[in-house]
Design a protein around this ligand. Structure first.
Ligand code: PHE
Length: 461
């Protein structure tokens, strides 16, 4: 379906599911639970939700407003509103960030596919003996050996990028929208099935309590700032992704309502991810929930196997479902990163969409290969970090908050208020009751909060 010359998402549901698909990803199932584990559980979740509403919502609206107003890829969208001033570089910066995130994101996505395969074939848990220390070592070694392999992870990441390429080259409505309409419900069903299975384990209550019974003594400065950063990452804010998707929204799409729906879905899925992980972890009574990044690829396969040991094969089936779920979540996010870059090449170089997608796929795979190889040869890196860790750190901790901060300043202080209000109220057809509150957040609260994240990250706070 076209709106003038430009593609649009055909339905309201399509808009919500595609954009929620971008937001829901490894950030929800991989990053959020490990952060919750490290930061003491329920109290972290409460602060996270406050950050999502106070910071994430206005920043998401910013990008919706810019994208729908300008009807162009991220780079040109900022350029159109910036009228030749240096503000226009925010959009280019977003496309650049998109490549870097896609490059390491696809590596982790490839690991998920390998784990689906290894859970089915029994490679992952087939050699376990029942001895606690020995078994967790076997699984831990499995992961370390696999990710440092020079070939296997690359084959999976190429396959993953090819899947994303296929969806993107089919277009906005037939590709992104249709795929999201299939994948998002599938993801939800998988999550609920695993969460229910995990919550009915003996001893699961302690995990549920960990998630919902806040211990306010755990709230310190760093917990609050971790929650802010995670809110950004999880909502895909700060690199033009939401802006690109919003350029496919219809003129009468209710931006505030859509943003609230997307944020609710993203938060619900993060909490459900906690509900499938912590009850299982606590029921085994042996694992420290604050295990960090290893939680998903080292701890969980072991935990599932042990927690469901009473009935043969159930642990394996849950493992397969879990990594399939993670792969689906990662794919809907990768296509959004892919789309930001594809729309850029397609429109800026005036080449066909398919060609644009191909250019992105080739560059993305090359970056992905280098990221993956940085586990094989640790000298592939910069500033004392492997390339993978560098891109993960620099994008999540610096580029996304920086993009969000600049966008707040741009929209709050540079773009005429009239334009912002017009877009917020769909050209005056909506009452826009929350406009003043929104503008206050964009002008003051968000820039201040994001500045705090930075000060914290550079140890100035
Ligand atoms: N929001 C995605 C996740 O939670 C990550 C992402 C960040 C995707 C930025 C696109 C842009 O996994």
């Amino acid at each position: 379906m076209k709106q003038g010359e430009r593609a649009v998402f055909a339905s309201k549901l399509g808009i919500i599911l595609a954009t929620a698909g971008s937001a829901v990803g490894l950030g929800n199932v991989w990053r959020f639970p490990s952060m919750t584990g490290q930061n003491g559980g329920a109290s972290f979740i409460l602060i996270y939700i406050a950050c999502v509403l106070l910071l994430g919502l206005p920043c998401m609206l910013n990008e919706f407003i810019i994208g729908r107003r300008a009807q162009a890829n991220a780079a040109r969208a900022y350029e159109r509103l910036a009228g030749g001033t240096p503000w226009r570089f925010i959009g280019y910066f977003g496309v650049f960030t998109g490549f870097l995130i896609a490059g390491y994101y696809v590596v982790v996505s490839g690991w998920c596919l390998q784990y689906v395969y290894a859970s089915v074939s029994g490679d992952l848990t087939g050699n376990l003996t029942g001895d606690l220390a020995g078994d967790s070592k076997i699984i831990s070694n499995y992961f370390d050996t696999f990710k440092a392999d020079p070939l296997k992870p690359i084959l999976w990441l190429v396959l993953f990028f090819a899947l994303s390429h296929y969806i993107i080259s089919r277009g906005v409505e037939k590709g992104i929208e249709r795929a999201s309409k299939i994948m998002m419900p599938l993801l939800f069903v998988l999550l609920v099935v695993i969460a229910v299975a995990a919550c009915t384990l003996p001893g699961a209550g302690k995990g549920i309590q960990f998630l919902f019974d806040p211990d306010f003594s755990k709230i310190g400065g760093s917990v609050m700032l971790d929650a802010l950063g995670q809110a950004f990452y999880s909502l895909s804010v700060g690199m033009g992704c939401l802006c690109t998707y919003a350029s496919y929204f219809k003129r009468d799409t209710h931006l505030t309502k859509s943003a609230l729906q997307i944020i609710s879905i993203d938060s619900l899925i993060a909490i459900l991810a906690g509900l499938m992980i912590f009850p299982a972890v606590f029921s085994t009574e042996v694992i420290d929930p604050g295990d960090g990044d290893g939680l998903v690829f080292k701890t969980l396969p072991y935990v599932f196997n042990k927690a469901f040991a009473a009935v043969p094969l159930v642990g394996n089936i849950i493992g397969v479902l879990f990594f399939a779920l993670l792969s689906v979540a990662a794919l809907t996010s990768l296509i959004s990163l892919h789309e930001v870059c594809t729309a850029f090449f397609h429109e800026e170089l005036n080449i066909s969409r398919r060609r644009g997608a191909l250019v992105v796929t080739i560059i993305g795979i090359i970056i992905g290969i280098f990221c993956s190889l940085s586990f094989y040869k640790t000298e592939i890196g910069l500033f004392g970090m492997s390339l993978f860790d560098l891109f993960n750190f620099v994008t999540g901790q610096i580029f996304l908050p920086l993009g969000g901060l600049l966008t707040c300043l741009f929209l709050g202080w540079y773009v005429p208020k009239r334009i912002v209000r017009e877009e917020f109220t769909n050209q005056g057809t909506l009452r826009g009751r929350f406009f003043a509150l929104y503008l206050f957040c964009v002008r003051y609260i968000c820039p201040l909060a994001i500045a705090l994240i930075f000060l914290h990250q550079f140890n100035l706070l």
